[in-house]
Ligand binder design. Structure first.
Ligand SMILES: Nc1nc2c(ncn2[C@@H]2O[C@H](COP(=O)(O)OP(=O)(O)OP(=O)(O)O)[C@@H](O)[C@H]2O)c(=O)[nH]1
Ligand SMILES: [Mg+2]
Length: 332
């Protein structure tokens, strides 16, 4: 079962990072019993440690990063005599949930982790300097010059998690989103008869026929003005950006079903116009509250170009049809 512990859900965090400096190249000359000054034999410095980001499909939060406000990687050690190369710094691997974007504050560059075990270098360790043995030429057989190691990089890094789910649940507070999640997946979200019960995204896996499955994200309710920060605000809208399909939940007892859908759609568009390229499905939730006449009226009122289905998480009505519809939209 996939569950996110609400209290530990962290989807944005800043961390100061520094990769390791390269070790200095050595300037040294071979000494034996018989030669006071033999050839140059200074070895190269070791590489400074990289800071690497790695995807872990079992993680759902950036919380572990909270305990590492500074991530400082090891320096390479200096080169030595007898062409001894310095030791490389030990790379630091930061494990993150899939869907994490790490952005460097200095350059604005971002890397994104989408796959399990995927690794990307966030900050490069400095190269080790070359020892003086590299600089011997026919005309200068005793160079004293050895390179210093390259310094590592340092910057603040912003880690941001955009939950990767196939389907995102979009709706006003109290629309029945969490209840639906609890019915179609093994997740046990908090359900209650007041607005903003859900304050953190929660994921669940829908087991579909023949061992097929897909992932649904239950998100905090959206209200008019969310894109400007009202209600739970835009903080959670970013989790919708990655969903291929958006399932709009409009409760049967809404005063104006099509208007409610328009408001939700406008908020998403105001936040990011690209959201309009996703596939939309409307589910009229709590339809156990409807008789046939009302059902027919709502059916006529809803936009004709968007598929809709009447569901009830209480009676199970329309749930199979909904799963079929979602699967078909995800796998056209
Ligand atoms: N009659 C009926 N009530 C339902 C149904 N689904 C949910 N409810 C009720 O609607 C209320 C809100 O349900 P939630 O699942 O918490 O709603 P939500 O959309 O997650 O709400 P927020 O997290 O606040 O955004 C609860 O009292 C549920 O019992 C349904 O199919 N039929
Ligand atoms: Mg909820």
């Amino acid at each position: 079962m996939l569950r996110m512990d609400n209290s530990n859900f962290i989807d944005y965090i800043k961390v100061f990072c520094r990769s390791g400096n390269g070790g200095r190249g050595s300037s040294h000359f071979l000494r034996t019993k018989f030669t006071s000054k033999g050839g140059p034999d200074g070895g190269n410095g070791g590489r400074g440690a990289h800071i690497i980001v790695k995807g872990n499909k079992h993680m759902w939060t950036l919380l572990p990063l909270r305990y590492h406000k500074n991530i400082l990687a090891e320096n390479g050690t200096n080169g030595g005599e007898n062409n001894r190369t310095g030791r490389d710094g030990k790379d630091i691997i930061i494990e993150v949930p899939l869907g994490t974007i790490a952005t460097r504050e200095d350059s604005g560059e971002s890397i994104e982790i989408l796959h399990h075990d995927e690794e990307k270098i966030l900050l490069k360790g400095g190269r080790g300097g070359l020892g003086n043995s590299n600089f011997a030429t026919p005309t200068n057989q005793a160079p004293t010059y050895a390179q210093p190691g390259e310094t590592g990089e340092e910057t603040i890094v912003n880690f941001e998690l955009k939950v990767l789910a196939d389907v995102g649940l979009v709706g006003f507070p109290n629309a029945g989103k969490s209840t639906l999640l609890s019915v179609v997946t093994a997740a046990k979200p908090k359900i209650a008869d007041y607005a903003f019960t859900t304050i953190n995204p929660q994921l669940g896996i829908v087991k579909y026929r023949d061992n097929k499955s897909f992932c649904i994200a239950d998100l905090p309710g959206i209200i008019e003005g969310a894109a400007e920060g009202r209600g739970m605000g835009h903080r959670f809208l970013r989790h919708i950006e990655r969903n291929a399909v958006l399932l709009f939940l409009i409760p049967a007892d809404s005063n104006d079903h099509s208007k409610e859908f328009e408001i939700l759609k406008n908020e998403l568009e105001a936040y990011n116009p690209e959201m309009m390229d996703k596939k939309f499905i409307i589910a009229v939730s709590k339809s156990d509250l409807l008789d046939e006449e009302l059902t027919e009226a709502i059916h006529k009122e809803l936009p004709a170009d968007i598929p809709h289905v009447f569901i009830s998480s209480v009676t199970g009505k329309g749930i199979t049809e909904l799963k079929d519809l979602l699967w078909a939209s995800l796998n056209p």
